[in-house]
Design a protein around this ligand. Structure first.
Ligand SMILES: [Zn+2]
Length: 438
């Protein structure tokens, strides 16, 4: 294979590294899908130079999503979580085919990529179809094959069969650089204790990310709370927290003991402030989590419970709600931390030290934003760029996106997905699912 090295030169390069380095102007050298060098543009380097201008940022990482739920977007508006799940989501999902999931994911991938999200951590039925759609769209994904024991899921077998299917899926995609397969025992209320233990053992044996929902709403786990104190305490009793990489979504209803368990076992949190607000679940204690050294990422959750996959909204909502909860504008996270929760810290939450930062050796997943957008002005100091990215700019200024060094969005257009076709497919399939469900 011939290695071609490319230099992208921008007005501002925001590395999102620990030191918060910003190069203005800056250059990112890319070869074979990896970043080779980041720094000032005048150093000797490759012959092929592309002056992209604007701001270069690491591709955003969505730490918790059920992207194919684009098929269910808008359904059940205004219902509380329990009724929304049992009356609207589950009947539709019981009829969903692998092909439905493929198209739901394809449309979602176009939406994610054009907003600057280059990696999504997924948990949804028909995982193989989901993964294939993501690969076809050029989106990077961590696909956590679900384990659910609920009406409609009998067709995927027992919890043990579903867990074993996760290992088979990992083997099937072992040579695909865009896909990592994890295991997703849905939650302590949708998987029996033995299933949780088994999933943790599988995760440990195969070094897979273990991804699950924890303490999303106040009432969902009342029974577990009564018997075990809390879901985190139950997971600790079962030995589930000894799995090597654990990512827990939501974690809204956590007391101090729960947080200590998370810190001790290095459980990372996928914080979903938009979804938690829309479904009135509550506000997670992220300032207290950060205090204890818990890794916190932001996430959209599925587009049926938080209807766009923009992620920038969660970057903004995370500090907003944390400040509101504390009635203190100085409470964590600040703007830089909030943006890190969608880049460096999100990569860390997934256990992926090859993503989330513009640095040599990391994957060449990059986003370019248009510095001419009015929301970027004024820039008095270079660090203003980071504040603006969080508080005023967002997805509106994303123009170009690279994943694994390949340009997948150019001039705001997704090059890898026929968006009109995907929209028509999702529309027709969503109508069918709604009819069959009623
Ligand atoms: Zn979820």
């Amino acid at each position: 294979m011939v290695t071609t090295m490319l230099r992208l030169v921008a007005d501002v390069v925001v590395t999102m590294d620990e030191a918060g380095r910003i190069f203005a102007p800056g250059a990112v050298d890319v070869a074979d899908g990896r970043i080779v060098r980041v720094g000032p543009p005048d150093a000797p380097g490759p012959e092929t130079v592309e002056r992209v201008g604007g701001v270069l940022l690491p591709g955003l990482v969505d730490a918790h999503c059920h992207s194919p739920m684009t098929l269910l977007r808008g359904a059940g508006e205004g219902l509380p979580l329990g009724r929304w799940l049992t009356e609207v989501m589950w009947p539709r999902e019981a009829r969903m085919t692998g092909e439905d999931v493929y198209w739901g994911m394809t449309l979602a991938a176009a939406e994610l990529l054009t907003a600057g999200i280059t990696t999504s951590c997924e948990m949804y039925l028909w995982s193989a179809d989901l993964a294939r759609a993501a690969v076809d769209a050029g989106l990077r994904s961590v696909v956590c094959a679900p384990i659910v024991v609920a009406p409609g899921w009998e067709r995927f077998g027992t919890w043990r069969e579903q867990a074993d299917a996760a290992v088979e899926l990992a083997e099937a995609f072992a040579d695909e650089p865009l896909v990592e397969v994890g295991i997703g025992p849905h939650s302590a209320y949708a998987v029996p204790p033995e299933g949780l233990e088994y999933a943790a053992a599988v995760a440990a044996d195969h070094d897979m990310l273990l991804h699950l929902h924890v303490a999303e709403s106040r009432d969902e786990d009342a029974e577990i709370r009564e018997r075990h104190g809390s879901v985190p305490r139950l997971l600790a009793e079962l030995g589930v927290l000894d799995a090597p990489r654990i990512l827990a979504a939501h974690c809204v209803w956590m007391d101090d003991v729960d947080l200590e368990l998370w810190a001790r076992h290095r459980v990372a949190v996928a914080h979903c402030p938009g979804s938690n607000a829309k479904l009135a679940s509550g506000i997670a204690r992220i300032a207290d989590m950060l205090d204890r050294g818990i890794v916190v990422a932001v996430a959209t959750d599925g587009p049926a419970s938080n209807d766009d996959l923009g992620l920038w909204e969660e970057v903004r909502l995370a500090p907003m709600l944390a400040r509101l909860r504390a009635l203190d504008a100085e409470t964590a996270p600040d703007a830089r931390q909030a943006l890190a929760m969608a880049t460096r810290e999100a990569a860390r939450a997934l256990g992926r030290d090859d993503l989330g930062v513009l640095a040599p050796g990391r994957r060449a997943d990059l986003v370019r934003l248009d510095l001419a957008d009015p929301t970027f002005a004024p820039i008095v100091e270079a660090t203003d760029v980071v504040s603006h990215l969080v508080w005023s700019v967002g997805a509106r200024a994303v123009t170009d996106v690279w994943v694994e060094g390949r340009r997948v969005v150019a001039g705001r257009r997704c090059l890898t997905v026929d968006v009109d076709r995907a929209r028509r497919e999702v529309d027709a399939r969503a109508r069918r699912l709604a009819e069959e469900a009623s």
